[in-house]
Design a protein around this ligand. Structure first.
Ligand code: UDP
Ligand code: MG
Length: 315
């Protein structure tokens, strides 16, 4: 069976067009064990869940788990992976920005033996220029800092074999930067390329602040370099200071003491004050996340399901 996993938050107009377009494509796959579309209602406050129930009544292969509040897209994806029945799972946004026709290409590669088939956006013209630039910068920074390289311009739209899904399900962390987890898991991976369209209905749920938070989650969960860099920086500054002190002592011996030096003192104090605050801030980012992890709270809470048994969480 193939599971299409769709996190939805306030997408009432999107449900019906999504189901009608995607089910045609899924039928054409001729997968012997069939397919399911698994919506994860991530605390919607509109008629999203009711719309899904209507679709389920028409076709029981449309199923849903509804979370008790908005937990965010990464948690919603985790909930979906826990409840998906498929031998392959494909997360897909409901807004149809990622063309569902690509599913056929992904399934072809999967049948050839690949475990992960990720979709790569060939162009990002549908995104604004600042979004493209910051996305570009982020992929570079992440892959420079982190040992688990994430493929550039690949979103969550990808096919995951059951083997990979089970690995992700076992991962205990609360901070679920999914792209990082997918990269960490490894397995035989390949790419399919596609053009990304504009959102068909509704509006984006991600503002720049949310994207920044996601970026911090990604980097802090993938790399400890920002923590370690300070000792090297401190070492370099200390060695430099040693030479400067030597020079000052020699100069005082030769020329005698002089009082001026306010500007250089001020610059040094302000500069190192700034550096220390930054390094404290970086520590804070990591310590805060350690606190979240040690609380061992569930990643999401299921309120009700339509057509799916609730899975006990064992993490
Ligand atoms: N989404 C979600 N929970 C959230 C935010 C978004 O489940 O807290 C869903 C949303 O309904 C959509 C998908 O995640 O199906 C991608 O969101 P969106 O299209 O707004 O993101 P963008 O494509 O603009 O990055
Ligand atoms: Mg979108």
């Amino acid at each position: 069976m193939i599971t299409i996993l769709v996190p939805v938050k306030d997408e009432e107009e999107g449900i019906a067009p999504f189901v009608s377009r995607v089910s045609v494509i899924l039928d054409a796959l001729n997968e012997p064990e069939g397919w399911e579309i698994l919506f994860v209602d991530d605390g919607s406050r509109d008629r999203t869940l009711a719309e899904v129930a209507v679709q389920h009544a028409r076709d029981p292969r449309v199923r849903c788990i509804s979370l008790s509040r908005n937990f965010g897209k990464e948690a919603a994806l985790s909930a979906g992976l826990d409840h998906a029945a498929g031998r392959a799972v494909i997360p897909l946004d409901v807004d149809l920005q990622d063309p569902p026709e690509v599913i056929a290409d992904m399934v072809r590669s999967w049948r050839e033996g690949f475990d992960v088939v990720y979709g790569v956006r060939r162009n990002r013209e549908s995104d604004s220029l600042p979004k493209r630039l910051t996305a570009d910068l982020y992929y570079r920074a992440h892959n420079y800092l982190s040992a688990d390289k994430i493929p550039e311009h690949a979103g969550d739209f990808r096919l995951l074999d059951r083997k990979v899904v089970d690995v992700i399900r076992m991962m205990p962390e609360r901070n679920r930067f999914m792209k990082g987890l997918f990269a960490w898991a490894g397995f035989h991976q390949t790419a399919v390329y596609y053009d990304r369209a504009e959102r068909e209905v509704g509006t984006t749920k991600f503002n720049y602040w949310k994207l920044w938070t996601l970026a911090l989650d990604g980097i802090t969960s993938g790399s400890t370099l920002p923590l370690r860099v300070w000792s090297y920086l401190g070492g370099i500054v200390a060695i430099g200071t040693l030479f400067y002190a030597l020079y000052l002592v020699l100069r005082t011996i030769v020329h005698g003491g002089d009082v001026p030096g306010y500007p250089s003192l001020m610059v040094a104090i302000l500069f190192f004050g700034g550096v220390q605050l930054i390094s404290l801030g970086v520590l804070g980012e990591y310590v805060g996340r350690i606190l979240v992890e040690t609380k061992h709270r569930p990643i999401y809470v299921v309120r009700e399901t339509i057509g799916v048994p609730i899975q006990p969480v064992t993490r």
